[in-house]
Design a protein around this ligand. Structure first.
Ligand SMILES: Cc1cc2nc3c(=O)[nH]c(=O)nc-3n(C[C@H](O)[C@H](O)[C@H](O)COP(=O)(O)O)c2cc1C
Length: 379
């Protein structure tokens, strides 16, 4: 009976999202659509009466499928990737800190209630305004996104303060993603910034279920085959694991490294006790408006590349007997693309573009598609 109610509910949701909500959303350009969505989430976050509704919607759509990945127990194998619940940009830390009583991280409350596990961030040591001009594109035929948001965020200190003031309402399971500031080239400064960023959260009593170190922007993608990158990654991961102790550390890597670099990085991650690798972040490609500017592609256009990387990492993990887990990310849009990852032994996945094309309950729909059509049942 419950199963049929779920099927009917998801069917109605799919119809409503594809036929009504998405056409309305897509009337706006991608950037406006993103901003308006965040505005809507801010409204939901600030109105307590919405919480039971969001929770009920989650309960109706999602089936509990507990899995353990990277030292974390999740109720469901799909995690909303970093970059959606990350907060607004600020010009400096004082401004960001003075705004923490307002909802500077829209979606912090509503998205976990609605979709389950969410990775907050990326947060950088200092606030960032992000890039000006067009920063998000979509390519509807391939169900892809492209962005050069430029790590817009309120900075780690304000993010930690914001979450600390709302600690009692934080979800039980969520992740925090920390990125190195673009432009920082000195390895020591990079390490200092990452350690300081994490320390802000710990000092304010914010202990996420996992912590992700975003190594894919910019210090690995730009540097395929570089051995220095491997030594930097070792140093960074070692310092972070020492600091966070029992909070599992995950790292997020790019889709465009040389095979040997993936192998070297995987060895380093295993040695430094990283618990999971998220593969992958977006793929740098020229933007539709200006071929001289690159921006990260996600969704359909990233998918085969991300699966290739995952396949390589899983083969290496098995060959070497490594313990760490691999989490798939890149164009998980439906049961089929989900199965492209599970076929290689992947247990959990992250998604972002699917949210745009199939709406907030996409993770539940994908699970349903996978069950119904029996695809990729190797897990
Ligand atoms: C607008 C936008 C902003 C993003 N910001 C971040 C970010 O701050 N940190 C990060 O690690 N990934 C970020 N990502 C990358 C996503 O987390 C994800 O790795 C990527 O989109 C691939 O997943 P997908 O194919 O499901 O979109 C962002 C993606 C988009 C579309």
């Amino acid at each position: 009976m419950r199963k049929w109610i779920r099927i009917l509910f998801l069917g109605g949701y799919q119809f409503a999202y594809t036929k009504i909500a998405r056409p309305l959303i897509f009337r706006n350009n991608p950037q406006q659509a993103h901003e308006k969505t965040l505005q809507l989430l801010r409204g939901l976050d600030e109105r307590k009466w919405t919480y039971p509704l969001l929770k009920m919607t989650h309960g109706a759509a999602f089936q509990v499928r507990p899995i353990e990945v990277g030292g974390v127990r999740l109720a469901h194998p799909m995690i909303l990737a970093a970059g959606f619940v990350k907060g607004q940009g600020f010009g400096n830390e004082d401004e960001a800190l003075s705004a923490v009583d307002q909802t500077i991280i829209p979606g912090w409350r509503s998205m976990p209630l609605l979709v389950g596990a969410v990775e907050f961030g990326s947060f950088t040591r200092w606030p960032r305004m992000g890039n000006t001009g067009t920063a998000i594109w979509r390519d509807v035929p391939t169900q892809s996104t492209q962005n050069r948001i430029g790590l817009k965020n309120p900075g780690a200190q304000a993010a930690a303060e914001f979450l600390a003031r709302r600690k009692k309402a934080l979800p039980l399971v969520f992740g925090i993603n920390i990125a190195v500031s673009p432009g920082v080239t000195d390895a020591e400064q990079e390490k200092c910034e990452v350690v300081e960023s994490i320390a802000f959260f710990l000092a304010r009593g914010i202990r996420p279920a996992w912590l992700t170190l975003n190594l894919s922007c910019p210090n690995t993608e730009d540097d395929p085959g570089a051995h220095q990158t491997a030594s930097r990654a070792r140093d960074l991961c070692h310092a972070v694991v020492e600091l966070v102790q029992d909070i599992p550390l995950w790292v997020k890597i790019g889709p465009d490294l040389a095979d040997q670099q993936y192998q070297a990085l995987l060895r380093i991650f295993e040695e430094t006790k990283v618990r999971a690798v998220i593969a992958t972040n977006t793929l740098g490609q020229p933007t539709p408006d200006n071929l001289n500017i690159t921006a990260g592609v996600g969704g359909g256009k990233l998918h085969s590349k991300a699966v290739e990387v995952v396949k390589l990492l899983m083969a290496e993990k098995q060959r070497q007997g490594y313990q760490l887990d691999i989490i798939g990310c890149g164009g998980v849009m439906d049961g089929q693309t989900y199965a492209d990852f599970t076929r290689h032994g992947i247990k959990a996945m992250q998604y972002w573009s699917a949210l745009v094309y199939r709406g907030p309950l996409v993770a539940a729909i994908i699970q349903h598609e996978k069950d119904t059509y029996g695809i990729g049942n190797s897990d």
